[in-house]
Write a protein of this length. Sequence first.
Length: 47
Amino acid sequence: MICDEIPEAYYNSHRVLVMRRGRLVAEFNPHHCREEEIAEVVEVINE
């Protein structure tokens, strides 16, 4: 699944990959992290 909504990816995936300009910048397992942790990384790379 490709999406730009963190909650959708978090609740519907077993792995969340964060990409920026075609490159992988972070990988999360939703079962071992909080949704807020993903949001923090996305916020930092979008600055």
